[in-house]
Design a protein. Structure first.
Length: 572
């Protein structure tokens, strides 16, 4: 007997209450489907999702099951940038997941369909799917169009810095600003939203070829219908997330992440999703896999083309076909078939030919968007995990976006205890070539682990600084970040990690090849490692934990319960 039917015999008021909500007596006997979305007027990545919810609802009703619509709206990292709202971004993932757990547990359902698009919404859905462990399928809301001359949103940060420096006029800036988001959908570059859509497919929870579709393309309507139909197959076969989310599936997702040059925020999200299903995935696995899987995708912010070009070039199936020799092909997926079977089917069902028509019209070669394995953009994936006396647990750098001259370098520390202070110093030319800008107390247990996007853009947009200055933080970065940015430094400053002990003019060595991040000197003078250890011990005794201005409400709860960013920054 289905769970929904069993619970009807326990909760005597349930039938009456559902009929009060418009259900018929016949509806009560049907399999009951949890139709969850992050629809809302909050931003372009969610405002259009109700359209797909309605198609899914109609499809499911026509198949003889009863869907119930639930919404847990997400926020937008872009709208939260530059103010204290960004402190609530990462923790919103936890709250969305928790609310979905409440909704999906308090009311018994037999299967779930999850529709979302953006940075925290997709990982929250994936975490909730793992936690609820009922037959489930994901449909992602695709990417927005690019603007004139392929303008995409991540460029607005650069233009904003140019405006502050007087390099462009207010009128010129407004033209860019008003045309960067010309349609609904997630941001049109390989940021966290696009990367997490890709991860949902790479994990096997979304139908092949359905992530990062152009949100304005009519194919979205037929694909959401197909996903709703497939959910019934999962229900009838009782294929649960625990059958799909295996260690091998997570390793496949990390391999795809390497090949697409995905956002560093995925190092927060995949471990958190894996934790919900009882699997430990740490940052070292990312480093190990990124060393052997090549980076192939020429998509912004590190590449040339807007995000929708990736789908037209074949999307996730094309990437998986390219790195097929690395993948675990026998993993189960929501098709009810293995990954290997899916890839063979995609070659024969016309998927690639249909997608590539757009590139043909633009006179763009597919291999200029997704490079062949024989001629990769980089022999290694985009991410490196650094360790050393500055980051005993680790730190993350997207080395594909870092000039080679910064791969092995010694810099002078310029520490700041907030992003606002660091940004002001950069904009007002107090940071010089050869400096290492530190922003600390911005980890999960500090201010909630906000992004440092505007600060990285202030460095990256300055030709004097982009190849000579690093930004090092226990916070995180936008998926649009470029340049030498080292994040997720752990242990974080608020827990007394070494990043809290850094002082002005300490010498900081970044060695990407050997995966090292170390303090190697004091007051501009290099010292032996044992001398540095003794100095850090003394500084630790003198260190005083700071207080925080926003020490109430949900942020206080998150700060108290968050685990290390290297475990996924989930609440435990």
């Amino acid at each position: 007997m289905l769970k929904s039917q069993k619970m009807r015999s326990v909760a005597a008021e349930m039938d009456a209450l559902k009929m009060g909500a418009g259900w018929t007596v016949g509806d009560l006997d049907k399999p009951q489907i949890f139709l969850q979305s992050t629809w809302g007027d909050s931003h372009p990545g969610s405002v259009h999702l109700n359209k797909y919810v309605k198609i899914a609802e109609d499809t499911l009703n026509g198949l003889g099951v009863k869907p119930a619509k639930y919404t847990t709206t997400d926020i937008c990292d872009g709208i939260a940038q530059g103010h204290d709202g960004m402190n609530f971004s990462l923790l919103s993932r936890e709250m969305i997941c928790n609310m979905i757990e409440i909704q999906g547990t308090a009311t018994p359902f037999d299967a779930g369909m999850f529709i979302s698009s953006c940075d925290k919404a997709v990982p929250a859905h994936l975490m909730a799917i793992a936690r609820l462990n009922m037959p489930s399928i994901v449909f992602t809301g695709g990417l927005m169009n690019s603007g004139p001359e392929n303008l995409t949103l991540e460029q607005i940060g650069t233009f904003s810095v140019d405006l502050k420096k007087g390099m462009i006029t207010e009128k010129e800036f407004k033209v860019k600003q008003h045309n960067a988001c010309p349609s609904a959908g997630a941001c049109a570059f390989m940021g966290t939203a696009a990367t997490m859509q890709i991860m949902s497919e790479a994990l096997g929870l979304a139908l092949p070829g359905t992530s990062v579709m152009p949100a304005t393309n009519e194919i979205m309507e037929s694909e959401v219908k197909r996903a709703a139909e497939q959910l019934l197959v999962l229900l009838n076969k009782d294929i649960k997330p625990s059958d799909i989310l295996t260690r091998e599936a997570f390793e496949n997702a990390v391999m795809v992440h390497a090949a697409v040059g995905g956002s560093s925020n995925v190092l927060l999200h995949l471990p958190a999703i894996a934790h919900e299903i009882g699997i430990e995935i740490d940052a070292d696995i990312f480093d190990e896999i990124h060393r052997k899987v090549p980076f192939l995708t020429n998509i912004r912010p590190s590449g040339k083309y807007p995000g929708q070009y990736f789908w037209y070039a074949g999307g996730v199936p094309a990437i998986m076909e390219s790195i097929k020799d690395h993948l675990h092909l026998d993993v189960m997926t929501v098709t009810g078939k293995t990954l290997g079977e899916n890839l063979e089917e995609m070659k024969s069902n016309g998927y690639y030919e249909k997608n590539s028509e757009f590139l043909r019209r633009k006179n763009i070669d597919k291999e200029s968007v997704i490079y062949p394995v024989s001629n990769p953009i980089n022999d290694e994936g985009a991410i490196a995990v650094l360790k050393g006396n500055l980051a005993p647990q680790g730190a993350v750098i997207k080395h594909s976006a870092v000039d080679k001259k910064m791969h092995d370098v010694i810099l002078k520390a310029k520490p700041f205890d907030s992003e606002e202070e660091a940004f002001d110093a950069i904009i007002n030319n107090r940071i010089k070539p050869g400096d290492a800008v530190f922003i600390r107390y911005e980890g999960p247990r500090g201010t909630g682990m906000p992004e440092m996007f505007y600060t990285t853009e202030a460095i990256a947009s300055n030709p004097e600084l982009i190849d000579s200055v690093a930004l090092i933080t226990d916070g995180r970065f936008s998926g649009a970040t470029r340049g030498p940015a080292v994040g997720h430094v752990s242990p974080e400053a608020v827990d007394g990690g070494p990043i809290a002990l850094v002082k002005e003019n300490d010498l900081i060595k970044i060695d990407i090849k050997n995966r090292r991040l170390d303090i190697v000197g004091v007051d501009g003078v290099q010292l032996e490692s044992d001398e540095i250890d003794k100095i850090l011990e003394i500084r630790k005794l003198e260190w005083v934990k700071p207080s925080f201005k926003n020490d109430k409400g949900v942020l206080k709860i998150y700060r108290k319960l968050a685990v290390s960013s290297f475990k996924g920054a989930y609440m435990d």
